[in-house]
Design a protein around this ligand. Structure first.
Ligand code: SAM
Ligand code: SF4
Length: 476
Protein backbone atom coordinates (compact mmCIF):
# COMPACT_ATOMS: atom_id res chain seq x y z
CA UNK A 1 0.00 0.00 0.00
CA UNK A 2 1.55 3.30 -1.07
CA UNK A 3 0.65 6.41 0.87
CA UNK A 4 -0.89 9.15 -1.27
CA UNK A 5 -0.57 12.68 0.12
CA UNK A 6 -3.53 13.84 -1.96
CA UNK A 7 -5.71 11.67 0.23
CA UNK A 8 -4.87 13.87 3.21
CA UNK A 9 -7.22 16.54 4.37
CA UNK A 10 -6.10 19.99 3.24
CA UNK A 11 -5.43 21.11 6.79
CA UNK A 12 -2.96 18.27 7.26
CA UNK A 13 -0.92 19.44 4.29
CA UNK A 14 0.00 22.77 5.79
CA UNK A 15 2.41 21.05 8.17
CA UNK A 16 5.73 21.86 6.61
CA UNK A 17 8.90 19.78 6.95
CA UNK A 18 11.67 21.53 8.84
CA UNK A 19 14.76 19.38 8.27
CA UNK A 20 17.35 20.60 5.80
CA UNK A 21 20.10 18.02 5.56
CA UNK A 22 22.60 20.46 3.99
CA UNK A 23 22.06 22.83 6.89
CA UNK A 24 22.69 20.09 9.47
CA UNK A 25 25.79 18.79 7.68
CA UNK A 26 26.92 22.39 7.29
CA UNK A 27 27.03 22.75 11.09
CA UNK A 28 28.94 19.51 11.49
CA UNK A 29 31.52 20.39 8.82
CA UNK A 30 32.03 24.03 9.69
CA UNK A 31 32.00 24.15 13.49
CA UNK A 32 35.38 23.94 15.20
CA UNK A 33 35.55 22.43 18.68
CA UNK A 34 38.29 24.32 20.46
CA UNK A 35 38.79 23.69 24.15
CA UNK A 36 37.53 27.21 25.00
CA UNK A 37 34.44 26.86 22.86
CA UNK A 38 33.54 23.42 24.26
CA UNK A 39 33.83 24.79 27.80
CA UNK A 40 31.71 27.84 26.95
CA UNK A 41 28.99 25.62 25.52
CA UNK A 42 28.99 23.30 28.55
CA UNK A 43 28.76 26.35 30.82
CA UNK A 44 25.82 27.70 28.84
CA UNK A 45 23.95 24.43 29.29
CA UNK A 46 24.77 24.29 33.01
CA UNK A 47 23.26 27.78 33.21
CA UNK A 48 20.02 26.00 32.23
CA UNK A 49 19.90 27.10 28.61
CA UNK A 50 19.00 24.99 25.62
CA UNK A 51 21.80 24.81 23.04
CA UNK A 52 21.58 25.96 19.43
CA UNK A 53 22.45 23.69 16.50
CA UNK A 54 25.85 25.37 16.22
CA UNK A 55 26.57 24.85 19.92
CA UNK A 56 25.47 21.22 19.74
CA UNK A 57 27.82 20.77 16.78
CA UNK A 58 30.68 22.08 18.93
CA UNK A 59 30.08 19.22 21.38
CA UNK A 60 29.64 16.70 18.58
CA UNK A 61 32.95 17.72 17.03
CA UNK A 62 34.91 17.45 20.29
CA UNK A 63 36.98 14.31 19.83
CA UNK A 64 39.83 14.91 22.27
CA UNK A 65 39.37 12.34 25.10
CA UNK A 66 39.77 15.02 27.80
CA UNK A 67 37.10 17.17 26.21
CA UNK A 68 34.78 14.18 25.85
CA UNK A 69 35.30 13.58 29.57
CA UNK A 70 34.40 17.22 30.27
CA UNK A 71 31.20 16.84 28.25
CA UNK A 72 30.26 13.73 30.21
CA UNK A 73 31.08 15.47 33.47
CA UNK A 74 28.90 18.39 32.35
CA UNK A 75 25.98 16.03 31.72
CA UNK A 76 26.50 14.41 35.14
CA UNK A 77 26.58 17.80 36.85
CA UNK A 78 23.45 18.94 35.04
CA UNK A 79 21.60 15.83 36.12
CA UNK A 80 22.68 16.20 39.74
CA UNK A 81 22.04 19.94 39.81
CA UNK A 82 18.68 19.89 38.10
CA UNK A 83 17.04 16.50 38.39
CA UNK A 84 18.55 14.80 41.45
CA UNK A 85 18.56 11.04 41.81
CA UNK A 86 15.08 10.07 40.67
CA UNK A 87 14.50 7.51 37.92
CA UNK A 88 10.98 6.98 36.62
CA UNK A 89 10.02 3.39 35.81
CA UNK A 90 7.63 2.10 33.18
CA UNK A 91 6.94 -1.02 31.11
CA UNK A 92 6.20 -1.46 27.40
CA UNK A 93 3.12 -3.47 26.47
CA UNK A 94 2.87 -4.68 22.88
CA UNK A 95 -0.79 -4.83 21.86
CA UNK A 96 -0.50 -5.93 18.23
CA UNK A 97 2.20 -6.68 15.67
CA UNK A 98 0.26 -6.64 12.42
CA UNK A 99 2.03 -4.22 10.13
CA UNK A 100 1.65 -3.00 6.57
CA UNK A 101 5.05 -1.31 6.47
CA UNK A 102 8.39 -2.76 5.52
CA UNK A 103 10.98 -1.22 7.78
CA UNK A 104 14.24 -3.03 7.03
CA UNK A 105 15.31 -3.01 10.71
CA UNK A 106 12.11 -4.35 12.27
CA UNK A 107 11.01 -7.93 12.93
CA UNK A 108 7.36 -6.95 12.41
CA UNK A 109 7.85 -5.83 8.80
CA UNK A 110 5.05 -6.95 6.48
CA UNK A 111 7.37 -9.09 4.37
CA UNK A 112 8.48 -11.19 7.36
CA UNK A 113 6.55 -14.45 7.02
CA UNK A 114 8.38 -16.03 9.94
CA UNK A 115 6.98 -13.74 12.61
CA UNK A 116 3.86 -14.86 14.44
CA UNK A 117 1.18 -12.16 14.09
CA UNK A 118 -0.84 -11.53 17.23
CA UNK A 119 -3.32 -8.87 18.31
CA UNK A 120 -4.34 -9.00 21.96
CA UNK A 121 -8.10 -9.19 22.37
CA UNK A 122 -9.71 -7.50 25.35
CA UNK A 123 -9.28 -10.52 27.65
CA UNK A 124 -5.63 -10.95 26.62
CA UNK A 125 -5.02 -7.27 27.23
CA UNK A 126 -6.62 -7.44 30.66
CA UNK A 127 -4.49 -10.48 31.55
CA UNK A 128 -1.30 -8.59 30.60
CA UNK A 129 -2.30 -5.52 32.58
CA UNK A 130 -3.12 -7.62 35.64
CA UNK A 131 0.26 -9.32 35.46
CA UNK A 132 1.97 -5.94 35.15
CA UNK A 133 0.01 -4.47 38.06
CA UNK A 134 0.82 -7.53 40.18
CA UNK A 135 4.52 -6.80 39.72
CA UNK A 136 4.08 -3.19 40.84
CA UNK A 137 3.95 -1.27 37.54
CA UNK A 138 1.96 1.98 37.39
CA UNK A 139 3.05 3.44 34.04
CA UNK A 140 2.82 1.69 30.67
CA UNK A 141 3.59 2.46 27.08
CA UNK A 142 1.32 0.64 24.64
CA UNK A 143 3.02 -0.32 21.39
CA UNK A 144 1.32 -1.10 18.06
CA UNK A 145 2.38 -1.99 14.52
CA UNK A 146 0.98 0.18 11.74
CA UNK A 147 -2.14 -1.47 10.39
CA UNK A 148 -5.71 -0.42 9.51
CA UNK A 149 -6.89 -2.58 12.40
CA UNK A 150 -5.03 -0.35 14.85
CA UNK A 151 -6.90 2.83 14.03
CA UNK A 152 -7.45 5.68 16.48
CA UNK A 153 -10.57 4.09 17.94
CA UNK A 154 -8.82 0.77 18.54
CA UNK A 155 -5.94 2.53 20.29
CA UNK A 156 -8.31 4.68 22.38
CA UNK A 157 -10.33 1.59 23.36
CA UNK A 158 -7.13 -0.21 24.40
CA UNK A 159 -6.15 2.75 26.57
CA UNK A 160 -9.56 2.78 28.29
CA UNK A 161 -9.37 -0.96 28.90
CA UNK A 162 -5.94 -0.59 30.49
CA UNK A 163 -7.14 2.15 32.86
CA UNK A 164 -10.17 0.05 33.86
CA UNK A 165 -8.15 -2.93 35.08
CA UNK A 166 -7.53 -3.13 38.84
CA UNK A 167 -5.74 -6.04 40.45
CA UNK A 168 -5.51 -6.01 44.25
CA UNK A 169 -4.19 -2.58 45.10
CA UNK A 170 -2.70 -2.25 41.63
CA UNK A 171 -3.76 0.11 38.90
CA UNK A 172 -2.20 1.72 35.86
CA UNK A 173 -2.12 5.46 36.31
CA UNK A 174 -0.52 6.62 33.11
CA UNK A 175 -0.69 5.13 29.62
CA UNK A 176 1.69 6.42 26.95
CA UNK A 177 1.51 5.38 23.30
CA UNK A 178 4.04 4.40 20.64
CA UNK A 179 2.09 3.89 17.45
CA UNK A 180 1.80 5.05 13.88
CA UNK A 181 1.23 8.71 13.04
CA UNK A 182 -2.46 9.64 12.87
CA UNK A 183 -4.30 12.42 11.10
CA UNK A 184 -5.59 15.27 13.26
CA UNK A 185 -9.00 13.70 13.84
CA UNK A 186 -7.36 10.43 14.83
CA UNK A 187 -5.12 12.16 17.35
CA UNK A 188 -8.23 13.86 18.82
CA UNK A 189 -9.93 10.50 19.33
CA UNK A 190 -6.85 9.16 21.09
CA UNK A 191 -6.43 12.29 23.22
CA UNK A 192 -9.96 11.78 24.59
CA UNK A 193 -8.91 8.43 26.08
CA UNK A 194 -6.55 10.39 28.36
CA UNK A 195 -3.15 9.30 27.18
CA UNK A 196 0.10 10.59 28.63
CA UNK A 197 2.78 10.96 25.95
CA UNK A 198 2.34 10.09 22.25
CA UNK A 199 5.66 8.92 20.84
CA UNK A 200 6.59 8.77 17.18
CA UNK A 201 10.26 8.19 16.37
CA UNK A 202 11.47 9.66 13.10
CA UNK A 203 13.96 6.75 12.93
CA UNK A 204 16.33 8.80 10.76
CA UNK A 205 16.24 12.52 9.98
CA UNK A 206 18.22 11.86 6.79
CA UNK A 207 15.64 11.68 4.04
CA UNK A 208 17.71 9.67 1.58
CA UNK A 209 18.54 7.03 4.19
CA UNK A 210 14.92 7.09 5.32
CA UNK A 211 13.91 6.14 1.78
CA UNK A 212 16.40 3.26 1.71
CA UNK A 213 15.20 1.59 4.92
CA UNK A 214 11.45 2.14 4.62
CA UNK A 215 10.63 -0.14 1.76
CA UNK A 216 6.86 -0.22 1.75
CA UNK A 217 3.68 1.10 3.30
CA UNK A 218 2.58 4.48 4.61
CA UNK A 219 5.78 4.87 6.58
CA UNK A 220 7.68 5.39 3.34
CA UNK A 221 6.45 8.97 3.41
CA UNK A 222 9.15 10.93 5.26
CA UNK A 223 7.09 14.12 5.58
CA UNK A 224 3.98 12.42 6.88
CA UNK A 225 6.06 11.03 9.71
CA UNK A 226 8.13 14.16 10.28
CA UNK A 227 5.04 16.30 10.72
CA UNK A 228 3.07 13.72 12.70
CA UNK A 229 3.58 15.31 16.08
CA UNK A 230 2.59 18.71 14.67
CA UNK A 231 -0.75 17.11 13.88
CA UNK A 232 -0.81 15.76 17.43
CA UNK A 233 -0.25 19.30 18.74
CA UNK A 234 -2.95 20.55 16.43
CA UNK A 235 -5.29 17.98 17.98
CA UNK A 236 -4.42 19.18 21.48
CA UNK A 237 -1.81 16.56 22.41
CA UNK A 238 1.00 18.74 23.73
CA UNK A 239 2.81 15.89 25.44
CA UNK A 240 4.82 14.25 22.66
CA UNK A 241 7.97 12.13 22.46
CA UNK A 242 10.48 12.17 19.62
CA UNK A 243 13.28 9.72 18.86
CA UNK A 244 15.84 8.50 16.36
CA UNK A 245 16.84 4.90 15.74
CA UNK A 246 20.62 5.04 16.05
CA UNK A 247 22.53 2.90 13.57
CA UNK A 248 20.64 3.84 10.41
CA UNK A 249 22.75 6.90 9.63
CA UNK A 250 25.60 8.98 11.08
CA UNK A 251 24.86 9.52 14.78
CA UNK A 252 26.14 13.10 14.66
CA UNK A 253 23.52 14.01 12.06
CA UNK A 254 20.75 12.31 14.04
CA UNK A 255 21.66 14.23 17.21
CA UNK A 256 21.35 17.49 15.28
CA UNK A 257 18.08 16.22 13.76
CA UNK A 258 16.66 15.67 17.25
CA UNK A 259 17.78 19.14 18.35
CA UNK A 260 16.29 20.68 15.19
CA UNK A 261 13.01 18.88 15.84
CA UNK A 262 13.06 20.23 19.39
CA UNK A 263 13.70 23.79 18.21
CA UNK A 264 10.83 23.46 15.78
CA UNK A 265 8.41 22.57 18.59
CA UNK A 266 9.68 25.40 20.75
CA UNK A 267 9.34 27.91 17.92
CA UNK A 268 5.88 26.85 16.84
CA UNK A 269 4.18 25.63 20.04
CA UNK A 270 6.27 27.27 22.71
CA UNK A 271 6.95 23.90 24.27
CA UNK A 272 9.59 21.32 23.39
CA UNK A 273 8.98 17.57 23.24
CA UNK A 274 8.34 15.91 26.57
CA UNK A 275 10.81 13.11 25.95
CA UNK A 276 13.58 12.06 23.60
CA UNK A 277 14.31 8.38 22.91
CA UNK A 278 17.51 7.11 21.33
CA UNK A 279 17.10 3.39 20.62
CA UNK A 280 20.09 1.62 19.05
CA UNK A 281 19.35 -1.05 16.44
CA UNK A 282 19.26 -4.54 17.94
CA UNK A 283 19.16 -7.93 16.33
CA UNK A 284 15.72 -8.70 14.87
CA UNK A 285 14.13 -11.46 12.82
CA UNK A 286 15.13 -10.91 9.17
CA UNK A 287 17.11 -7.80 9.99
CA UNK A 288 18.27 -6.34 6.71
CA UNK A 289 20.32 -3.19 7.03
CA UNK A 290 23.63 -1.69 6.06
CA UNK A 291 25.74 -1.92 9.22
CA UNK A 292 28.16 0.90 8.41
CA UNK A 293 26.51 3.36 10.82
CA UNK A 294 26.29 1.13 13.86
CA UNK A 295 27.00 3.16 16.99
CA UNK A 296 29.69 1.88 19.38
CA UNK A 297 29.20 1.95 23.15
CA UNK A 298 31.66 4.84 23.45
CA UNK A 299 29.80 6.88 20.81
CA UNK A 300 26.48 6.01 22.42
CA UNK A 301 27.59 7.28 25.83
CA UNK A 302 28.91 10.43 24.19
CA UNK A 303 25.74 11.12 22.28
CA UNK A 304 23.54 10.71 25.36
CA UNK A 305 25.73 13.17 27.29
CA UNK A 306 25.54 15.62 24.35
CA UNK A 307 21.75 15.30 24.15
CA UNK A 308 21.47 15.93 27.89
CA UNK A 309 23.41 19.16 27.55
CA UNK A 310 21.75 20.24 24.29
CA UNK A 311 18.16 19.88 25.52
CA UNK A 312 18.47 20.15 29.28
CA UNK A 313 14.73 20.33 30.02
CA UNK A 314 13.63 17.16 28.23
CA UNK A 315 13.10 13.70 29.66
CA UNK A 316 15.54 11.12 28.27
CA UNK A 317 14.37 7.52 27.92
CA UNK A 318 16.75 4.55 27.93
CA UNK A 319 15.19 1.15 27.28
CA UNK A 320 15.96 -2.51 27.86
CA UNK A 321 17.29 -2.73 24.31
CA UNK A 322 20.55 -1.92 26.08
CA UNK A 323 22.31 -4.27 28.50
CA UNK A 324 22.18 -3.75 32.27
CA UNK A 325 25.84 -2.68 32.20
CA UNK A 326 25.30 0.01 29.56
CA UNK A 327 22.15 1.21 31.28
CA UNK A 328 23.96 1.52 34.61
CA UNK A 329 26.77 3.44 32.95
CA UNK A 330 24.56 5.81 30.97
CA UNK A 331 21.97 6.59 33.62
CA UNK A 332 24.35 8.97 35.33
CA UNK A 333 24.37 11.27 32.29
CA UNK A 334 20.82 12.42 32.84
CA UNK A 335 18.46 9.62 31.84
CA UNK A 336 15.09 10.25 33.45
CA UNK A 337 13.08 7.14 32.56
CA UNK A 338 13.88 3.46 32.13
CA UNK A 339 11.70 0.40 31.60
CA UNK A 340 11.87 -2.43 34.10
CA UNK A 341 10.69 -6.03 34.03
CA UNK A 342 10.39 -5.66 30.26
CA UNK A 343 8.88 -8.43 28.15
CA UNK A 344 8.15 -7.56 24.54
CA UNK A 345 6.64 -10.88 23.52
CA UNK A 346 2.97 -10.40 22.67
CA UNK A 347 1.09 -11.81 25.64
CA UNK A 348 4.41 -12.41 27.40
CA UNK A 349 3.71 -10.84 30.78
CA UNK A 350 1.00 -13.31 31.77
CA UNK A 351 2.98 -16.38 30.65
CA UNK A 352 4.82 -18.23 33.37
CA UNK A 353 8.07 -19.20 31.68
CA UNK A 354 10.89 -21.05 33.40
CA UNK A 355 13.50 -19.27 31.30
CA UNK A 356 13.78 -15.77 29.93
CA UNK A 357 14.99 -16.75 26.46
CA UNK A 358 13.41 -14.64 23.77
CA UNK A 359 11.69 -16.20 20.78
CA UNK A 360 12.81 -13.72 18.14
CA UNK A 361 9.94 -14.71 15.83
CA UNK A 362 7.47 -13.48 18.43
CA UNK A 363 9.15 -10.16 19.09
CA UNK A 364 10.15 -6.98 17.37
CA UNK A 365 13.83 -7.15 18.29
CA UNK A 366 16.24 -8.55 20.85
CA UNK A 367 16.31 -6.96 24.28
CA UNK A 368 19.44 -7.09 26.39
CA UNK A 369 18.22 -6.35 29.89
CA UNK A 370 15.70 -8.89 31.10
CA UNK A 371 15.96 -8.20 34.81
CA UNK A 372 12.69 -8.31 36.72
CA UNK A 373 11.21 -5.06 37.97
CA UNK A 374 12.26 -5.95 41.50
CA UNK A 375 15.84 -6.69 40.45
CA UNK A 376 15.97 -3.24 38.91
CA UNK A 377 14.41 -1.67 42.03
CA UNK A 378 17.06 -3.39 44.15
CA UNK A 379 19.83 -2.10 42.00
CA UNK A 380 18.51 1.45 41.85
CA UNK A 381 18.11 1.53 45.63
CA UNK A 382 21.63 0.13 46.14
CA UNK A 383 23.00 2.91 43.95
CA UNK A 384 20.97 5.56 45.85
CA UNK A 385 18.70 6.37 42.94
CA UNK A 386 15.08 6.98 43.96
CA UNK A 387 12.84 4.76 41.81
CA UNK A 388 9.63 6.62 41.01
CA UNK A 389 6.23 5.59 39.66
CA UNK A 390 4.93 9.13 40.01
CA UNK A 391 2.05 10.21 37.78
CA UNK A 392 0.95 13.28 39.76
CA UNK A 393 1.56 16.02 37.20
CA UNK A 394 -0.24 14.23 34.44
CA UNK A 395 -3.24 13.53 36.68
CA UNK A 396 -3.41 17.08 38.04
CA UNK A 397 -3.19 18.52 34.53
CA UNK A 398 0.34 19.81 35.14
CA UNK A 399 1.56 18.80 31.68
CA UNK A 400 5.18 19.11 30.65
CA UNK A 401 6.50 18.03 34.02
CA UNK A 402 10.08 17.62 32.84
CA UNK A 403 9.98 21.23 31.74
CA UNK A 404 8.61 22.32 35.11
CA UNK A 405 11.18 20.26 36.99
CA UNK A 406 13.77 22.09 35.05
CA UNK A 407 12.43 25.60 35.01
CA UNK A 408 10.36 26.11 38.17
CA UNK A 409 12.64 26.73 41.17
CA UNK A 410 11.94 24.27 44.00
CA UNK A 411 9.57 22.14 41.90
CA UNK A 412 11.59 18.96 42.31
CA UNK A 413 11.94 19.38 46.09
CA UNK A 414 8.29 20.26 46.52
CA UNK A 415 6.71 17.75 44.14
CA UNK A 416 8.91 15.27 42.28
CA UNK A 417 11.09 13.91 45.06
CA UNK A 418 8.29 13.56 47.68
CA UNK A 419 6.02 11.95 45.09
CA UNK A 420 8.82 9.57 44.09
CA UNK A 421 9.15 8.57 47.75
CA UNK A 422 5.39 8.10 48.13
CA UNK A 423 5.22 5.79 45.10
CA UNK A 424 8.30 3.95 46.33
CA UNK A 425 6.57 3.34 49.69
CA UNK A 426 3.51 1.96 47.87
CA UNK A 427 5.80 -0.42 46.01
CA UNK A 428 7.60 -1.45 49.20
CA UNK A 429 4.30 -2.12 50.97
CA UNK A 430 2.51 -3.94 48.16
CA UNK A 431 5.12 -5.75 46.05
CA UNK A 432 8.63 -5.78 47.51
CA UNK A 433 10.24 -8.85 49.06
CA UNK A 434 11.52 -8.37 52.64
CA UNK A 435 15.09 -7.48 51.69
CA UNK A 436 14.05 -4.81 49.19
CA UNK A 437 11.57 -3.45 51.71
CA UNK A 438 14.25 -3.09 54.35
CA UNK A 439 16.72 -1.21 52.21
CA UNK A 440 13.95 0.74 50.49
CA UNK A 441 12.78 2.13 53.82
CA UNK A 442 16.38 3.00 54.73
CA UNK A 443 16.53 5.10 51.58
CA UNK A 444 13.18 6.72 52.38
CA UNK A 445 14.37 7.68 55.90
CA UNK A 446 17.62 9.03 54.53
CA UNK A 447 15.78 11.23 52.03
CA UNK A 448 13.25 12.36 54.64
CA UNK A 449 16.16 13.36 56.87
CA UNK A 450 17.51 15.61 54.11
CA UNK A 451 14.34 17.74 54.01
CA UNK A 452 15.07 20.98 55.82
CA UNK A 453 11.56 22.42 55.97
CA UNK A 454 10.15 20.81 59.14
CA UNK A 455 6.48 21.37 58.33
CA UNK A 456 6.91 19.85 54.90
CA UNK A 457 8.89 16.89 56.25
CA UNK A 458 6.12 16.20 58.77
CA UNK A 459 3.48 16.49 56.08
CA UNK A 460 5.33 13.93 53.94
CA UNK A 461 5.93 11.60 56.92
CA UNK A 462 2.20 11.79 57.66
CA UNK A 463 1.39 10.72 54.12
CA UNK A 464 3.87 7.84 54.37
CA UNK A 465 2.13 6.66 57.56
CA UNK A 466 -1.23 6.81 55.77
CA UNK A 467 0.20 4.62 53.00
CA UNK A 468 1.49 2.14 55.57
CA UNK A 469 -2.02 2.03 56.99
CA UNK A 470 -3.52 1.12 53.64
CA UNK A 471 -4.43 4.42 51.97
CA UNK A 472 -3.19 4.54 48.36
CA UNK A 473 -2.44 7.06 45.66
CA UNK A 474 -1.30 10.06 47.68
CA UNK A 475 0.66 12.81 46.00
CA UNK A 476 1.53 16.48 46.07
N1 SAM B 1 4.82 0.77 14.41
C1 SAM B 1 5.04 1.97 15.14
C2 SAM B 1 5.99 2.86 14.40
O1 SAM B 1 6.72 2.35 13.55
O2 SAM B 1 6.02 4.03 14.69
C3 SAM B 1 5.58 1.60 16.48
C4 SAM B 1 6.99 1.53 16.44
S1 SAM B 1 7.95 0.26 17.04
C5 SAM B 1 6.85 -0.87 17.63
C6 SAM B 1 8.85 1.21 18.22
C7 SAM B 1 10.21 1.62 17.77
O3 SAM B 1 11.07 0.52 17.88
C8 SAM B 1 10.39 2.05 16.34
O4 SAM B 1 9.95 3.37 16.14
C9 SAM B 1 11.87 1.88 16.14
O5 SAM B 1 12.58 3.07 16.44
C10 SAM B 1 12.24 0.83 17.16
N2 SAM B 1 12.79 -0.38 16.53
C11 SAM B 1 12.30 -1.04 15.46
N3 SAM B 1 13.12 -2.07 15.14
C12 SAM B 1 14.15 -2.04 16.02
C13 SAM B 1 15.34 -2.84 16.20
N4 SAM B 1 15.65 -3.85 15.39
N5 SAM B 1 16.15 -2.52 17.23
C14 SAM B 1 15.87 -1.50 18.06
N6 SAM B 1 14.78 -0.73 17.94
C15 SAM B 1 13.93 -0.98 16.92
FE1 SF4 C 1 5.84 -1.82 11.42
FE2 SF4 C 1 6.70 -0.02 13.23
FE3 SF4 C 1 8.04 -2.30 12.74
FE4 SF4 C 1 8.02 -0.45 10.91
S1 SF4 C 1 8.90 -0.23 13.00
S2 SF4 C 1 7.68 -2.63 10.50
S3 SF4 C 1 6.01 0.40 11.18
S4 SF4 C 1 6.05 -2.13 13.62
Amino acid sequence: MIFRPEKLKIKDQRMKPFIDSDELWGYIHATPATKERVREVIAKSLGKNRLTLEETAVLINATDPDLIEEIKQGARTLKEKVYGQRIVLFAPLYVGNLCTNNCAYCGFKASNQQVKRITLDEDDLIAQVKALEDSGQKRLILVFGEHPRYDAKFIADSVRTVYSVKSGRGEIRRVNINAAPMDIDGFRIIKDSKIGTYQVFQETYHEETYGKVHLGGIKRNFEWRLTSLDRAQEAGIDDVGIGALFGLYDWRFEVLGLVRHTNHFEAVYNVGPHTISFPRIQYASQLNIDKSHMVTDAEFTRLVAILRLAVPYTGLILTARESAAIRDEIMQFGVSQIDGGTNIELGGYSKKKDNLDQDIDMEQFQINDNRTLNEIMDELIDKKYIPSFCTACYRLGRTGEHFMEFSVPGFIKRYCQPNALLTLVEYLEDYAPAETKLKGYELVSEKLGEIEDTAFRENLSGKIEQLKNGTRDLYF
